[in-house]
Design a protein around this ligand. Structure first.
Ligand SMILES: [Zn+2]
Length: 258
């Protein structure tokens, strides 16, 4: 799926549009899977309690290694939920094949590697994102989801939170691969920091050019799902048709009660 920001569709911008769209989509996926507590009119049980909350589990936090606990419990729950979401969305960190020279050159950076073409050595669930997620990565991505969520809700402090996120994950413009491609993480960043830096930078780019209203939460009752509004006039209000229909029906009932 290619997402472009229609308002930005000017000559020479398609690469940037594609980059921003791809990483905002990742932010949407992470927030909806790991930070939203009601969806389409129903409460959602998070794959796990927020890691920032006190936990009696064996995993002491983001710094706990993958060997910190058995592969069950909150961390594994997050990982499984994320892998399912990645499989559903077909999201991939690799840029879509563009015009120009073939992309047969091998990327040496794992998180920029081409994925989804030849399957994955680590199982179908990881197709699209390269190697499978670890529990530790899933925990860190849950923290990231919480950091990115305010950008979609316009909560007070959202900008400060996003700025902190950019600093925390060392976002920096950097050229990767051959031919060189612009990214916003250090070459040595691990996968979560790389994703975090690229996603946070993309949200910042959307907000920074005055398009922040395109980062939205569903307006239907009982739904906090977030989405990236790429309609021409930024007029999308709901996460999808089910919520749009629910909202319409409830507005109709309200009028009838009048
Ligand atoms: Zn909704």
């Amino acid at each position: 799926m290619t997402v472009t920001i229609e308002a930005w569709r000017i000559t020479g911008q398609s690469q940037i549009d594609s980059y921003v769209g791809r990483w905002v989509e990742l932010a949407v996926l992470l927030v909806n899977e790991l930070a939203v507590t009601q969806a389409r009119g129903r409460p959602v049980e998070l794959p796990a309690a927020r890691p920032a909350y006190p936990s009696a589990g064996p995993s002491a936090g983001p710094s706990a290694g993958p060997s910190a606990g058995p592969s069950a419990g909150p961390s594994a729950g997050r990982r499984v939920a994320l892998e399912a979401a990645f499989a559903r969305s077909a999201w991939t960190p690799a840029p879509p094949p563009g015009p120009g020279p073939s992309r047969s050159g091998s990327d040496t950076v794992p998180h920029l590697g081409r994925t989804g073409a030849a399957g994955s050595a680590s199982g179908d669930s990881a197709v699209g994102i390269g190697r499978a997620l670890t529990d530790e990565e899933a925990d860190r991505l849950a923290d990231l989801a919480a950091e990115l969520h305010p950008a979609f809700t316009g909560a007070s402090g959202a900008i400060a939170t996003l700025n902190q996120c950019l600093v925390r994950h060392a976002a920096v413009p950097s050229l990767h691969g051959d031919p060189p491609r612009l990214a916003f993480h250090r070459p040595e960043a691990d996968r979560v920091d790389a994703w975090a830096a690229d996603a946070a930078t993309s949200l910042a780019m959307v907000i920074g050019v005055g398009q922040g209203l395109r980062l939205r939460s569903c307006e239907a009752n009982g739904c906090d799902l977030v989405f990236f509004d790429v309609t021409r006039n930024a007029s999308r209000r709901f996460c999808g048709l089910p919520c749009q229909n629910r909202a319409k029906a409830s507005a109709y009932r309200a009028r009838r009660r009048g």
